[in-house]
Design a protein around this ligand. Structure first.
Ligand code: ZN
Length: 74
């Protein structure tokens, strides 16, 4: 699990894997221009509001398993 996560984009600040694609214009900095020219997607971390560029793909969000049928409360 941990190994596969290293191949997915995660926040370098807090390690959050649930990042959002944002417009590259929102990421400031000298390197931002370079990344934009290279077509590297910009990502944003919701919890710490950190914005950065990453070539790694976002991890697919696993839908939480909802026990719809299992309503056996007894
Ligand atoms: Zn973060």
């Amino acid at each position: 699990m941990a190994l596969s996560d290293t191949f997915h984009a995660h926040c370098p600040v807090c390690g959050n894997l649930e990042l959002q694609h944002i417009s590259p214009e929102h990421v400031h900095g000298a390197l931002g221009i370079v990344w934009r020219l290279l077509g590297v997607p910009a990502l944003r971390c919701e919890p710490c509001r950190y914005k950065y560029f990453s070539v790694l793909p976002l991890r697919e969000m696993q839908p939480e398993e909802e026990p719809v049928r299992a309503s056996s409360a007894d």
